[in-house]
Structure formats: structure tokens, C-alpha cells
Design a binder for this molecule. Sequence first.
Ligand code: UDP
Length: 312
Amino acid sequence: MRAVVTGGAGFLGSHLCDRLLAEGWEVLVLDNFITGAKINLSHLAKNKKFKLQKADVSKPLKVAGKVGYVLHLASPASPPDYLKHPVATMMVGSVGTRNALELALAKKAKFLLTSTSECYGDPEVSPQPEEYWGHVNPIGPRGVYDEAKRFSEALTMAYYRYHGVDTHIVRIFNTYGPRMRLNDGRALPNFVFQALSGIPMTIYGDGKQTRSFCYVDDLVEGIYRLMKSDEHLPVNIGNPQEITILEFVDRIRKHFTNPPPLVYKPLPEDDPKRRCPDITKAKRLLKWEPKVSLEEGLKVTMAYFKQVFANR
Ligand code: UDP
């Protein structure tokens, strides 16, 4: 019952560590902190079943002792982050994935890859089912993330088919909650930071593009169920409640008495126009669906951001 979590100091990784520990696992986190942060795990510092090691998973991994599960989360995940670290993003999603799979193979451990809805690119079908192959621009700015994750999926399937590693792939859609970085550049933290600072809230494009936001606890529940399942093909985990960015900003503005005005900026290149998970497969195989409404999730997240803002 020992799990290695790459990228465990990130937003999702840290929540997953909490869950693994609660389920009785020992946890070793490997993270190079380019987007993750020790503070996300500081509450676990005294936990004897938890260890944090600074490591770049794109370099060969040395892990002593038994390992029962390798969960590969390491990667920048916010568009501004992967645009800032394009080569590191490609490396961790290729060499890093190979190193994580090799670790699972050597230790006879199970393996879970956190993939992404970005595999669908700017989708021509909505909602997106797992069978959809996607519409990705390989050489656009987002290609470094999208293609690295697509490569990771292909490599994971190769280790499953060729080496018989017990692998799992989750395609994660937009997720939010406490421990997101207030400056990670994604829509929610950006809007909240701008509202707290009293500066205009930036809408990219006309704001009619859609996203579907899943609260982190729901996501972790879905991942945990997938980890324990027999499914080897990718499974979408996300909240199918689809809203436009304009509606989303409106929901956030309601949490402030005097929100700043909106300002329109150009839409980033290849920004997907729609994104909504088809979760039929997760419902059928994992008996999973999200439980937390956007209103409830935003309330908790907003309180977290306000506290971080006050203490910064
Ligand atoms: N977005 C926006 N204003 C911002 C940040 C993001 O309008 O300050 C838009 C962005 O163009 C995209 C959506 O919000 O259409 C979600 O962006 P995010 O960076 O959160 O993640 P993505 O879903 O694109 O990976």
C-alpha cells in the first residue's frame, strides 16, 4: 500500500495525496515545484506515512522499496504555465511519462496517468465522449501540452499492451477548488484576483466559449474509483454542467459587493470554443457523477482565495 505520486505538490496532486492517506496508503511525492508548492502539503509534514522528495521526473527516477501504485500527475496544467514552460511540459509528458511507467514496470505496480480534455483540442463534437479522437493543432502554442498528453496516453497503452502493466488513464476536464494558485492564469483564479484587487476582469474573446467546471473533491472521488477499477482505456472525469465564460464571470461577480468592470482581450490562439465531458462511461463503469454544485464549490474556493489574498 505505497503510492508514488509525481506532481503531488500541485493543486490536484495534493488533494489526491490527502485521499490516498485517508484510504491507508503510504505516499511518496516526487515534485520539482515548477508549478507545485510545498505549502499545499505542509499539513502532512508530521504524517509518518507521507514523504516529499524534490525530483524532476523527466530525469531517471530512483525510488527504493516497494511501490504498489504510480500516479503520474506531474505537468504544468494551466495554459499560461505551459506556455511559459513549453519544453519542460513536453519533456514531463514524454520522458517523464516513460520514467513513471518504467518505475511501475520495475516495481510491478499499477499505474494511473492524469490526461486531459485537451486531448480533444478544439472539439467538433460536444459533449466529448472518450471515443472522439480530437481536433488538435500539433504546432500551435497549446500543442506542447495537448500532444505531450496524447503521447502519454499512447505510451501508457503501449506499456499496458506490450508489458502488461495494469494502467489507467483519466481525462480531466476543468477543475477548481482550494490550493489552485491565485496567479496560475486560469479563468477562475484570474477573475478572483482581479475582483479582489479592484482591477478590470479580463474576458478573452467574446466570452461565449464554454467550459464545464468540476469541484476538486468530485474529481478526486472519480480518480480514486478509476484507480481501483479494471478499466484500461481513458475515462472522462468532469462536471457536465456547461457554461459560457460570460456566465461564469457573472457567477463570480455575485460574490463581491462592488465588482470591477469587464474588459475584453483577444482570444488566445487555439482556445477551445466548447468543452463539456460526456460522462456516460464514468457513470456506467465507476458509478460516479459529480455531486458538488458550482455554487457550493465556488463558495468554498472563494473563501480560500480571499484568505490567500489577505495573507500574501
Ligand atoms: N479566460 C478568460 N479570461 C481570463 C482567463 C481565461 O476569458 O482571464 C478564458 C480562456 O480564454 C478560456 C477559458 O476562460 O476560454 C478557460 O481558460 P483557462 O485558462 O481556465 O483553461 P482552459 O480551459 O483554456 O485550459
